[in-house]
Design a protein around this ligand. Structure first.
Ligand code: HEM
Length: 228
């Protein structure tokens, strides 16, 4: 993992909403995550299905760490707004892996990059509502955005059935756009002063960096093969 990325825009304006700040602060990191070779190759259908299964296996650890404190977060009125029914992905990941690998097969090993991501999640989730907001924003809004494009590729290029792409299927959120707008409004209602909003944006930049590191780790193992 590289050094934490500084928030690249001036952010002391007390009027900047958290959601606007998160979007602008992570714009560059988002572009580079999309351009990671592993991501580009996956989106072009150039990798074997084992590469996607490996990504999902890393997600299993990430989401377990992101979601382990959901009960605690729901108990606090401030963070409860961010823990929305139907967002949690852990159960869907387990079900997808059971479809793809079988219920009892060994899961792919956890990468060191994933271990670092998980360690950071354990440091903040359940301890700092702003940190939870940064990580929930990065993963869940991403799954509801580019994730939907990844789902289409998985179905088209690998012929995956619905039972294998539950991770990208939000049964209780049929329309991502209004949901994302509502989630941004909830982020904006957190009672954070300008300094803390900057810290949250920095944490989101770190979250993107941790995701990019996992892609690079996966890229060490999975390369495009000469698929028919
Ligand atoms: C295949 C790669 C990806 C594609 C094609 C993609 C595409 C997109 C698109 C089109 C949006 C805009 C949706 C909208 O305005 O409603 C979006 C938003 C977003 N993406 Fe991605 N994305 C990719 C990878 C990622 C990754 C790796 C992450 C983080 C781990 C991520 C996190 C986000 C977040 C947090 C948003 C919401 C931005 C906001 O509204 O503030 N994306 N993505």
């Amino acid at each position: 993992m590289g050094a934490p990325m500084p928030v690249p825009t001036p952010t002391t304006d007390a009027g900047t909403s958290l959601s606007a700040l998160l979007r602008s602060a992570t714009r560059a990191a988002h572009s580079s995550a999309e351009r990671e070779p592993f991501v580009e190759q996956l989106m072009r259908g150039e990798l074997g299905l084992d590469a996607y299964v490996d990504l999902l296996a890393q997600h299993r650890h990430v989401y377990a760490a992101l979601e382990h404190a959901d009960g605690l977060l729901r108990a606090d009125p401030e963070s409860a707004e961010l823990v929305v029914d139907g967002l949690a992905r852990s159960a869907a990941i387990e079900a997808d892996l059971a479809t793809l690998l079988g219920p009892t097969a060994a899961r792919p090993r956890v990468l060191p990059e994933t271990e670092r991501y998980v360690a950071r999640l354990h440091e903040v989730v359940g301890r700092w509502v702003g940190g939870y907001a940064a990580h929930a924003y990065t993963r869940y809004l991403g799954d509801l955005s580019g994730g939907q494009a990844i789902k289409a590729v998985l179905q088209r290029s690998y012929g995956l059935p619905a039972a294998a792409v539950g991770f990208y299927t939000f049964a209780t959120i049929p329309k991502p756009k209004p949901f994302k707008d509502e989630y941004r409004a909830r982020l904006d209602r957190l009672r954070l002063d300008a300094d803390e909003r900057v810290r949250v944006a920095e944490e989101a930049c770190l979250a993107f960096e941790l995701n990019a590191d996992v892609f690079r780790g996966l890229g060490r193992t999975h390369r495009p093969s000469a698929r028919g």
